[in-house]
Design a protein. Structure first.
Length: 104
């Protein structure tokens, strides 16, 4: 479901605004569009970081962590490899993953 955009205001250092302006000009975007894009990327990255943390602590399976991060299981494992995180996969994880697959 799509909701109407809301307006927020925030204070940024002038140096940050200058950098945003340079990037926006370079990419032919207005500053607001660029800020929205960067926020979305930041949110995606934060969700991925949180999912990895839960996975490392053994609180969720790889499958569940990938769902929380909003990525495929294979992409999640690829990110784990890139970040040097050991992939933990037990018989219990396999059972949970198989259950999740049958629900889809």
């Amino acid at each position: 479901m799509y909701s109407l955009p809301e307006t927020i205001s925030l204070r940024l250092p002038s140096e940050t605004l200058r950098k945003l302006g340079k990037i926006a000009d370079k990419e032919g975007k207005d500053r607001s569009s660029l800020i929205r894009e960067l926020l979305e990327r930041g949110i995606e990255e934060k969700n991925l970081d949180n999912a990895i943390e839960l996975y490392q602590k053994g609180r969720v399976t790889g499958w569940k962590a990938a769902q929380l991060a909003g990525v495929s299981l294979w992409n999640f494992y690829k990110v784990l490899e890139e970040r040097g995180v050991l992939i933990q996969y037990s018989e219990h994880d396999l059972e949970e993953d198989l259950k999740a697959l049958t629900k889809e």
